[in-house]
Design a protein around this ligand. Structure first.
Ligand code: GLU
Length: 398
């Protein structure tokens, strides 16, 4: 039988390697294998009880019907509150929209604005889905390589050199996945100066990891620092990482109203509205207490330090200390080229030893001369210690 013909758009993209590795780890576990999964970025902590109760209440109240496409009024108000209170962006419910996770907001924003031949500048290493979504939408991906020496942050000059008349978007992600890079305000302001010279360029600022910064001080984000640029900045946030609500799939976006309406136009034909019950939970998450976030951040900092020290003590492995998010991007270059041909093979070798991680190549590591893997340290210290032991056994075998 001949192969079914897939669309050209689909042929341009690969499945998400973070979710693929996690599904693989789950399947192995279900088959009876003892696997520690550090592949997906998902807090192991329990969703706060007041969030769970709000969802129970929503079910008892019969909130099982369609909601407005871009989210309920209560949800939009709560998301606008979050953008204003936590990120310093002057958001209103009218310029805020809700989607099935931040990923869907990014998908809709790019698909709503990109024409064939447009270019999207993405700092590398990047989150797996950014280039795939951009390519699906028809864009050419322009990598902006960064290195551990510059804490995985690019300079304004490098951005200036990457922009062409076809550039449509710059994707920013601070704190960054998988690097943990956190852009300080002065560097964002220098980036804004470049953007002033290129009025066609839209900016996506993915701030989903904002509460997880280990550097102290206020979170710096473009739309807050330069409100006069807000007419072309789309800021992404949500409850998945901050409030341990990954499976509930609620993301927020705020930006110019024309773009927000365009995203909702597309959403009206894709998923329709975000899940009604999840929205009730996310309203409670945003309106309820926030003080535990600092405790969670400190917990993650301790886990980060444990993993970084453990990795640095192993032969052939090293990792910069991330300033935010919950990932270590481990450099394993000295181990590649011998028993393991590339970092994909290294990740499979680690899986054989019972630890699931994602190869750096999935995050565009090759654009930066980086071979290794990403560890998500959103797991208990005991789990991380056990994983480190397995990784050490695995690398000593090579
Ligand atoms: N963003 C998380 C990660 O990078 C969740 C999985 C995904 O959507 O990529 O692991």
């Amino acid at each position: 039988m001949s192969q079914p013909q897939l669309s050209q758009a689909l042929q341009r993209i690969q499945p998400s390697q973070t979710t693929a590795m996690t599904d693989r780890a789950t399947a192995l576990r279900e088959a009876g294998r003892d696997i520690i999964s550090l592949s997906v970025g998902e807090p192991d902590l329990a969703t706060p009880p007041h969030v769970i109760e709000a969802m129970h209440q929503a079910l008892r109240d019969g909130a099982t019907r369609y909601t407005p496409v871009g989210g309920t009024s209560a949800m939009k108000r709560a998301a606008a509150l979050h953008f204003t209170r936590d990120l310093g962006i002057a958001a209103t419910p009218a310029d805020t929209t809700i989607s099935a996770g931040g990923k869907q907001a990014i998908f809709h924003a790019l698909c709503a604005t990109i024409d064939p031949g447009d270019e999207v500048v993405i700092p590398a290493p990047w989150w797996v889905s950014y280039p795939e979504i951009a390519r699906f939408a028809g864009a050419k991906v322009v990598p902006l390589p960064t290195t551990p020496a510059s804490a995985f942050r690019f300079l304004a000059d490098a951005l200036e050199a990457a922009i062409t008349p076809r550039t449509r978007w710059l994707l920013l992600n601070s704190p960054g996945n998988p690097t943990g890079a956190v852009f300080p305000a002065d560097e964002l302001l220098a980036i804004a100066d470049v953007l002033d010279r290129h009025p066609r360029v839209l900016v996506m600022s993915d701030d989903i990891y904002a509460p997880l910064r280990y550097t102290g001080g206020r979170h710096a984000t473009l739309a807050a620092l330069r409100p006069d640029l807000a007419h072309r900045v789309l800021t992404i946030s949500g409850v998945s990482k901050s409030h341990a609500m990954t499976g509930l799939r609620i993301g927020f976006a705020t930006g110019p109203e024309w773009l927000i309406r365009a995203m909702e136009r597309l959403q009206s034909h894709s998923s329709g509205n975000p899940c009604s019950i999840s929205q009730a939970g996310a309203v409670a998450a945003m309106e309820g207490p926030q003080d535990f976030l600092a405790e969670w951040r400190d917990l993650f900092r301790a886990r980060r330090d444990l993993v970084c020290a453990g990795i640095d003590a192993m032969p052939g492995l090293s990792t910069p200390v991330p300033d935010g998010a919950f990932y270590c991007l481990v450099d394993a270059a000295p181990l590649i080229g011998g028993a393991v041909e590339d970092d994909g093979a290294l990740a499979l070798h680690l899986l054989e030893h019972g630890v699931a991680v994602v190869p750096a190549s999935a995050f565009g590591g090759a654009h930066c001369g980086l071979a290794g893997f990403r560890i998500s340290f959103a797991a208990s210290e005991d789990t991380l210690r056990a994983a480190l032991q397995r990784i050490e056994t695995a690398v000593r075998e090579l």
